[in-house]
Design a protein around this ligand. Structure first.
Ligand SMILES: *[C@@H]1O[C@H](CO)[C@@H](O)[C@H](O)[C@H]1NC(C)=O
Ligand SMILES: *[C@@H]1O[C@H](CO)[C@@H](O)[C@H](O)[C@H]1NC(C)=O
Ligand SMILES: *[C@@H]1O[C@H](CO)[C@@H](O)[C@H](O)[C@H]1NC(C)=O
Ligand SMILES: *[C@@H]1O[C@H](CO)[C@@H](O)[C@H](O)[C@H]1NC(C)=O
Length: 391
């Protein structure tokens, strides 16, 4: 019989159960048709009414919803607008362009109101590595008095910076623009006047240079200080689900610095719709623009944590400020021994997300720099620097 032969072929070498052979031949196709129709009906229903609760998911499979949604065709993607299309193409071209230079340098970009209290410490850090770094200072309030030769004549044209406003992002972009003028600069680190180095120069240089990712902090915060700050004015380019948060203190590779320069589309959405007080929300542009931008255009290209440590554990408006009496060898060792990046959501659940700090796939200490240090901590830090950087 023909059907039986096809059936046997399909079964391969498997033995057909003896009972099956005695069934009337017509029954099997009907049984299969009924089963296939039921499964199809079920899939159509599941597609039209996707399971909303976990109870519905358990009806489908004990592994939850994922198994079912994986079988379904993906929802149609939104078509890009002209501006978006242009932007995506420019970004893709920049990211795929190789960059090879003979003497790659790290650009250390200081964002400060005025004088830098830790210049002498940075001088110790920089000494002997003159061909591997460059320094840029953006002083937004008053002209700094420099006490280290590495900082003299390194001020760039600056403008006022207002906390929370787009002028903070503008200052970051201005620093990047000046630093990009030097083709040898291959990695760009943003630092504040209260930041200090945690390692010797070579360690920092190798950590930043011998990887192809940028260290940009980025996480999804469903709470009021995260996605609660989103507004639908940012549509269609920026959907709520793509909105991200992160600390402003980034370090990025040259290609990423160039795409930040090239971006006017996403930047303009934050300039216009992310500011303190808009629609009763307190959107802080420098905490959302870069994390959201990279999440949209190159999510795999960033680490999702910042290499600058800060201690928010006191849960106050400002992070912990380390004073002279806090500075010990043990404090520095404690910070440099952290190899997990932790993000906490700002809603009542205070959901904690923990990720190992992976550098080229291996777990490494997360932090190269730390803040915030009180200016009076300088003497203790100078005393300790050669000690804590000897390893
Ligand atoms: C970085 O390099 C690794 C291997 O060298 C590669 O697998 C990965 O795709 C690269 N990532 C980016 C963002 O270029
Ligand atoms: C950062 O997070 C994104 C998703 O949000 C992920 O695609 C990317 O791989 C992460 N980066 C690293 C280095 O793990
Ligand atoms: C260092 O970490 C240990 C263990 O978590 C803690 O007991 C100690 O107080 C920390 N010391 C400083 C100076 O932060
Ligand atoms: C300097 O480092 C050594 C270990 O490398 C340690 O034993 C010593 O206590 C440190 N000195 C100070 C002042 O912390």
């Amino acid at each position: 019989m023909k059907t039986n032969q096809v059936w046997r072929l399909g079964m391969g070498d498997m033995q057909i159960l003896p009972g099956a052979r005695h069934r009337p031949p017509l029954k099997r196709p009907i049984w299969i048709i009924v089963l296939v129709s039921m499964v199809s009906l079920f899939l159509v229903c599941a597609y039209i009414y996707p399971p909303q609760s976990s109870a519905a998911c358990y009806l489908v499979s004990s592994r939850g919803c994922k198994a079912l949604t994986d079988w379904l065709p993906p929802a149609p993607a939104r078509e890009y607008t002209d501006e978006e299309l242009a932007s995506r193409i420019v970004i893709r071209e920049i990211l795929s362009a190789p960059s090879v230079v003979k003497h790659p340098k790290v650009a250390f970009m200081f964002l400060t109101p005025g004088s830098l209290p830790f210049e002498k410490l940075w001088e110790k850090f920089f000494q002997g590595h003159e061909d591997k770094f460059s320094v840029y200072v953006h002083a937004s309030k008053e002209k700094p008095v420099h006490v280290s030769r590495y900082f003299v004549n390194r001020d760039i044209r600056s403008d006022q910076v207002i906390w929370g406003k787009i002028s903070m992002v503008d200052a970051e972009r201005r620093l990047l623009a000046y630093a990009l003028k030097d083709p040898d600069n291959q990695h760009f680190v943003l630092l504040s006047d209260s930041c200090v180095p945690l390692y010797k120069f070579d360690y920092v240089y190798n950590y930043l240079m011998y990887t192809n990712i940028s260290f940009v902090d980025c996480f999804y915060d469903p709470g009021p200080h995260g996605n609660g700050r989103y507004t639908e004015h940012m549509l269609p380019e920026i959907a709520k689900k793509d909105f991200r948060k992160g600390a402003q203190w980034f370090s990025m590779k040259r290609q990423h610095a160039v795409i930040v320069m090239a971006d006017s589309l996403y930047y303009s959405r934050f300039r216009d719709y992310c500011k303190p007080g808009l629609e009763g929300k307190n959107c802080i542009a420098d905490e959302h623009y870069l994390p959201t931008f990279f999440n949209l255009v190159d999510p795999g290209g960033i680490s999702n944590w910042s290499v600058t440590h800060v201690d928010w554990s006191e849960r106050k408006w400002h992070p912990k400020l380390y004073k002279a009496e806090d500075i010990t060898y043990e404090l520095v060792r404690n910070i440099t021994s952290i190899d997990l990046s932790i993000h906490v959501s700002s809603d009542d659940k205070r959901e904690t997300m923990v990720q190992p700090c992976l550098w080229n796939g291996i777990t490494r200490p997360c932090y190269l720099f730390a803040r915030k240090f009180h200016p009076h901590a300088i003497d203790k830090l100078l005393q300790l620097f050669s000690n804590y950087t000897s390893i």
